[in-house]
Design a protein around this ligand. Sequence first.
Ligand code: KE4
Length: 422
Amino acid sequence: MSLFSKAKQVIAGGVNSPVRAFAAVGGDPIFFKSASGAWLESEDGRKYIDYVGSWGPMILGHGHPAVIAAVIETAKQGLSFGAPCVLETELANKICALMPSIEKIRMVSSGTEATMSAIRLARGHIGRNKIIKFEGCYHGHSDSLLIKAGSGALTLGVPSSPGVPPGVAQNTITLTFNDSDAITSVFAEIGEQIACVIVEPIAGNMNMVPPEPGFLETLRTLCTDAGAILIFDEVMTGFRVARGGAQSVFGITPDLTTIGKIVGGGMPAAAFGGRADIMASIAPDGPVYQAGTLSGNPVAMAAGLATLEQLDEPGFYAALGKKTAQLVDGLAAAALDADIPLATECLGGMFGFVFTEARSVRRFDQVAAADTDRFRKFFHGMLNEGVYLAPSAFEAGFVSAAHGDDEIAATITAARKVFNTL
Ligand code: KE4
């Protein structure tokens, strides 16, 4: 019996997170037993160049000695106290130094918790109920955020999952990412009812889609004028596209930011934070309740701190961005030589590629219309060549500091071979 069959006997769907099940690409997921640097090793001893990086956290590569040492040394002192420890303050200070828009912060254990709590905080702080999100952006699986667009901009949101009550959905308006006119109209109609806008400043859950010039600026102006709270969900882009996240790239100051993934260095840690006056509404200072047994546990704090400290290395992001650009330029050239239409994007350690005739992808409907069948064939072809990509055409890819010229070159060679089979 396969490892996946054994897992499915006891774990729902055989996985602890749906995207891992390979449902979007077909076949059984690979079970990994170890990882080091840019490489994963499967239970059957095969090695793969890893461009998933645990969906983003592993920006240093797997098993970075400073991170492993910090985890081991901290674990020896105790795994969790359920009481304050100095490491929480140290990581909080480090995050605030890297993202100055975060004046006060609250640690949690997942990106879902971070965005769920930020939404509740926004609603509780200004006493409004409606929120705005964008189709194709993913912010974790809390009820208010599993909502797809209604039939029109102002119609009630529709749950994107059973189990989300219509009463919850009606307070979420889902608009089109990069459509400044649509959100301007909504704010003109009901701006005084909007508690917050939550956005991935670079969308990384509909492949990689950057903001059009002016889009984030429009969100900032609309929220400021209406007294609504602008939330940048930087769970993926935080410390990934630049040391200060996407907000430092675009020069936009959100009112709240959510972070995750890299901030835990592979351990369960995430956070929400921002303007001190808003954060003052969070318990125990204020009335908006939020809590977590393992929030800020010392081992996750130590892993996050050790990771963020490595990002201070001079030239870290210049080198990472150069490697990612080399990869993406190589993929684009290989696709062109094989006469395969491919749109590519990259920034810092994040990249995307979409099988489409469009020269650039800026809207969800372009991603939705892309050739997912060709992606599936490419995914499995690369897997056979020892390259592990995200098992979904709607995910971004990640390069780590441990990916060297050899890994990048081997990946491009593999892509050249596979493109010619599509
Ligand atoms: P988690 O609850 O999975 O830690 O974070 C949710 C989340 C929030 N915001 C953004 C922008 C995110 O990308 C995520 C989670 N990302 C997915 C993959 N793109 C995690 C992979 C999974 O769901 O297993």
